[in-house]
Ligand binder design. Structure first.
Ligand SMILES: N[C@@H](CCC(=O)N[C@@H](CS)C(=O)NCC(=O)O)C(=O)O
Length: 237
């Protein structure tokens, strides 16, 4: 029998990886449909912005990762990943918003010169640096993880932040020669802990394979294999 949920997208996408990790952490039976983002009318009818991931459900299609995560939480069994406590839930959403808007969307502006074989203007590089510093300071002000971002339990905030920081760390190391993880209180140890989760091993292994092909395809300046920082961070945790 076909699983009730099908996640469409592919492993080079940090957003796809967040959705996939959530389904794995929940223990949900799901299927992956490998597709790229597209503006084909058929795809747009499922994902109105033409972006991945998009989740196919018995009720219909859902795009936008935060909406996908909420749908999974509301319909699936398994460990709770969005806290029942309204305050904790709001804090989780607050972290997700900060990470999405002021970290992920910012480093994405630098993708052309890092992953896409293009260039980044000095103005963009400076503007992004400024917003990333504010985001690091903001997240540091929220307090170091203990051990997860919302306390004792893993939540969507951790999964969302983990896959966004994985890409942000690659970009900030490459563009600025600086670690955004080191600049944010407690995040290096948290990132190393998150890397060791069983879901992370599966998702990151597929990500690295997909990224290797993508970098060649795009003639990217960024090279895999320059990530000694990752094993260092893990060793130091
Ligand atoms: N806000 C969206 C962002 C998803 C997104 O940006 N996905 C990228 C892949 S990581 C994509 O589809 N890019 C193609 C495009 O922007 O046209 C979400 O939360 O799902």
């Amino acid at each position: 029998m076909m699983p009730a949920l099908r996640l469409h997208g592919y492993a080079v996408s940090n957003y796809f990886n967040i959705g996939r990790a959530a389904l794995i952490e929940k223990g949900v039976d799901f299927e992956i449909v490998t597709v790229r983002a597209s503006h084909d009318p058929e795809f747009l009818s499922h994902s109105p912005m033409g972006k991945i991931p998009v989740l196919e459900t018995a009720h219909g299609w859902v795009s936008e990762t935060v909406a996908i995560l909420e749908y999974i939480e509301d319909t699936q069994e398994g460990p709770r990943l969005h806290p029942a406590n309204p305050y904790l839930r709001a804090r989780g959403r607050q972290i997700i918003n900060i990470v999405q808007m002021y970290v992920e969307a910012q480093v994405r502006l630098l993708f052309p010169g890092v992953f896409l074989g293009g260039q980044n203007s000095p103005q963009t590089i400076e503007a992004v640096r400024h917003t990333l510093s504010r985001a690091s300071e903001a997240l540091s002000r929220l307090g170091a993880p203990w051990p997860f971002l919302l306390g004792k339990e893993l939540s969507y905030a951790d999964l969302f932040a983990f896959y966004c920081f994985d890409i942000a760390e690659r970009v900030t190391r490459f563009v600025y020669g600086r670690s955004i993880l080191a600049a944010t209180e407690g995040l290096e140890a948290w990132f190393a802990m998150m890397s060791r989760r069983a879901s992370s091993s599966v998702v990151l292994a597929d990500f690295e394979t997909a990224l290797a092909g993508y970098l060649i395809e795009k003639n990217a300046a960024y090279q895999l294999g320059s990530e000694k920082w990752k094993s260092n961070a893990q060793r130091n945790s």
